[in-house]
Design a protein around this ligand. Structure first.
Ligand SMILES: [Fe+2]
Length: 346
């Protein structure tokens, strides 16, 4: 078995392949690591057939949908998963065959109702059901401490003590543990009695993960994250730096039409020298009338350089083939002390 653990902060993903056939699977991939997984798979000579999610993640953005789309891998999740894009829904006791590998699914609800652990030979990928020295939390949507107690003591911990454990998270740089080591030393597993375990889990009082709503929105629906929208817009677009633009304005050789897409009150308080104004919300409807020449060299800017990226991409889509975005925004321009028109700062 080819087995690679890929760390991204506290999130752990796994690339697993059959040595004979080179068929492989990717478990719990994170969206910001897609290039890395594909590079690693190609370096190891593995073709990814399955992208397996141990559960619906609330704390990071899954790459399952993206990888399903780009490399045609089948997305595998427990049948309880809310995600509509899952190709193969699995349930307790079923195995997926990948080359000569057999991956057996244990349904281990508790952290979420769709949580699974994946058994491969001498090891188990435990998702967020069992972590090194901890367990997954049970206070997020579909979490249930009683179910987690049953999943741990009634199922997962019955695996052989020598079974290696690879979790979906570890924030202290550790890579793996064993069932036996966790049974002996994991503080939460010392509360074997159901009521005591449930009381412990209910009393944890953990902070909500950052981006919780966005992670659940995108991971459950297959929709895009905000940074995905930005990256896709940026991919088809050139940018101009603040310094480059300042020099062009200073030397009177600026052939760009500066387009401010912020709200009217922001524009009126001050804007880049000579800028025109069409707010982002009215851009598509007003642009033909206000900028009838699609060959214009338009430089779009906004407050922080994000909305302008989307707006410039929209202009390109509409046929303004020379539209570019400012690399930075009005905020950075002002902080750099560069010239302005209008408002108090003029
Ligand atoms: Fe999780």
């Amino acid at each position: 078995m080819l087995f690679e653990q890929v760390r991204s902060g506290g999130c752990l993903s796994y690339l697993i392949g059959c040595e004979d056939t080179r068929a492989g699977m990717l478990v719990d991939p994170a969206l910001d690591q897609v290039d890395r997984y594909l590079a690693l798979a190609s370096e190891r000579g593995i073709r990814i057939h399955y992208v397996v999610e141990t559960h619906t993640h609330a704390d990071h953005f899954s790459a399952a949908r993206e990888l399903g789309r780009t490399i045609g891998a089948r997305i595998v999740m427990h049948r309880m998963s809310a995600a509509p894009f899952v190709d193969v829904r699995v349930d307790d006791g079923e195995s997926l065959i990948c080359g000569r590998l057999r991956m057996r699914v244990l349904h281990t609800p508790g952290h979420t109702e769709d949580s699974t652990c994946l058994v491969l030979d001498d090891r188990v990928l435990t998702g967020d059901t069992l972590l090194i020295g901890a367990t997954g939390r049970t206070d997020l949507p579909t979490g249930d401490p009683e179910a987690l107690h049953e999943s741990l003591f009634g199922k997962l911990l019955r695996l052989d003590d020598a079974t290696q454990v690879f979790p979906a998270h570890d924030y202290k740089g550790r890579t793996s543990t064993t069932i036996g080591a966790e049974k002996a030393a994991n503080p939460r597993l010392q509360r074997k009695e159901r009521a005591a375990f449930v009381e412990l889990m209910r009393g944890l009082d953990l902070a909500m993960p950052e981006h919780l709503s966005e992670a659940l929105r995108t991971n459950r629906s297959g929709g895009k994250t905000v940074s995905q929208l930005m990256a896709e817009a940026a991919r088809g677009l050139p940018f101009m730096g603040l310094e480059e633009l300042r020099e062009r304005l200073e030397h009177g050789r600026c052939d760009l039409l500066l387009l401010d897409v912020r709200e009217r009150d922001q524009f009126e308080k001050g804007h880049l020298p000579g800028a025109r104004h069409i707010p982002r919300g009215q851009l598509e409807l007003r642009v033909d009338k206000e900028l009838p020449d699609p060959t214009l060299r338009i430089l779009v800017y906004c407050q922080f350089g994000k909305i302008s990226t989307l707006a410039a991409a929209t202009l390109r889509t509409m046929g303004y083939m020379r539209a570019v975005a400012l690399d930075g925004g009005f905020d950075a321009w002002t902080k750099a002390g560069y010239p302005l028109d209008g408002g108090a700062s003029a």
